[in-house]
Design a protein around this ligand. Structure first.
Ligand code: NAP
Length: 309
């Protein structure tokens, strides 16, 4: 065990924040963990589960004297949290986040921080559709990627320490620009969520009888979309609002491809359909080879719920 920090503050002890707290605890990376939650129920859950040494509803109290502050709220809230903690941050304190969008988070957080704070934006690309402290688990991050998007003049020691935390969580760490991060995520994460929300929303708008059939026969493929569409509404509202340019760009491209597919079906161009489906099957194979397929994550969830029984 290597202790990296004396005091770590985690603002927002939800799925990601509480999973990270579990990692810090299990690996002994911080001597003291102080968590922040606005809800008394979540504060009690976090203490009962031993996720944090102390819980408070005041982000400034948690950040005071902290060596590292992890911002783990939805991305729409990070700017106001940064403003709240800025006056109490000690010299050299590392401020990092876990937000699924990077450009907007940097624009919201960086101007609020004092010059002596060291900001390292980060996104651990791992998650489930669940929320809250009770649903976190330390293994969530294992084998996944964590993307860091520090500025060119970022403090390299701080970048190395944040890298180390995520490596200890079992992640592979990569560095890129915030713009590239947002474009890639718009394609691999935000667009699929948008499609899932649309499909499930369309089904919900259908007549009562059809809806029942939709649920009854959901194993036909619909079920997988409902899992994604069951993700936290506030978190995803913030992601779409703060990564709107990149999402609208990939959505435009997607609409064109969908229209081409519509045409191929209408004109019975089976070879075009087969060609596309062969290419997509190949991509699925590569995802499995890269060990980024969801079943791994589901296996972890099963292991975890078996342990809890
Ligand atoms: P979550 O389980 O809902 O946790 C977020 C926590 O933030 C909640 O427990 C909530 O705590 C607190 N919070 C919410 N709104 C707040 C506000 N306005 N001010 C202060 N605290 C607030 O969500 P999550 O899945 O952990 O996501 C947290 C962050 O991780 C997001 O930025 C998201 O983009 C990123 N992320 C998520 C995933 C994923 O798949 N879930 C993956 C990678 C990154 P209280 O209500 O108790 O105060």
């Amino acid at each position: 065990m290597t202790q990296l920090f004396q005091k770590a503050a985690i603002i927002g002890v939800g799925l990601i924040g509480s999973s990270l707290a579990r990692v810090l605890r299990q690996k002994g990376l911080a001597a003291r963990i102080v968590g922040v939650s606005r809800s008394a129920e979540n504060r009690e859950t976090a203490v009962t589960l031993g996720i944090a040494d102390e819980m408070t509803d005041d982000a400034a109290q948690a950040a005071k004297d902290a060596d590292v502050v992890f911002l783990c709220t939805p991305v729409g809230a990070v700017g106001s949290v940064a403003k709240r903690i800025a006056p109490v941050l000690k010299e050299g304190c590392i401020v990092t986040d876990v937000g699924s969008v990077k450009t907007a988070v940097i624009e919201a957080v960086a101007p609020e921080l004092p010059p002596y704070a060291r900001f390292v934006p980060a996104h651990p690309v791992a998650g489930t559709e669940k929320s809250g402290p009770a649903n976190g688990f330390a293994e969530l991050f294992e084998g996944r990627w964590c993307i860091l998007t520090p500025s060119d003049d970022a403090d390299e020691k701080a970048v190395a320490l944040v890298s180390r935390v995520w490596e200890e969580a079992g992640m592979k760490v990569e560095r890129m620009t915030p713009e590239r991060h947002d474009t890639v995520m718009a394609l691999v994460s935000h667009l699929p969520h948008l499609i899932a929300y649309t499909i499930v929303g369309t089904a919900a708008d259908l007549e009562e009888q059809t809806k029942e059939d939709v649920i009854k026969y959901s194993a036909g493929g619909f079920r997988d979309f409902t899992r994604i569409a069951g993700s936290d509404p506030v978190m995803w509202r913030d992601i779409f609002l703060s990564n709107s340019d990149a999402v609208l760009n990939v959505l435009q491209r997607f609409s064109e491809d969908l229209t081409a597919l519509q045409r191929a079906i209408r004109w019975k161009e089976g070879d075009k359909l087969e060609d596309l489906f062969r290419r997509t099957r190949n991509i699925r194979r590569r995802v499995i080879e890269a060990r980024q397929d969801q079943p791994e994550n589901e296996k972890l969830l099963l292991k975890r719920s078996a342990r809890q029984k």
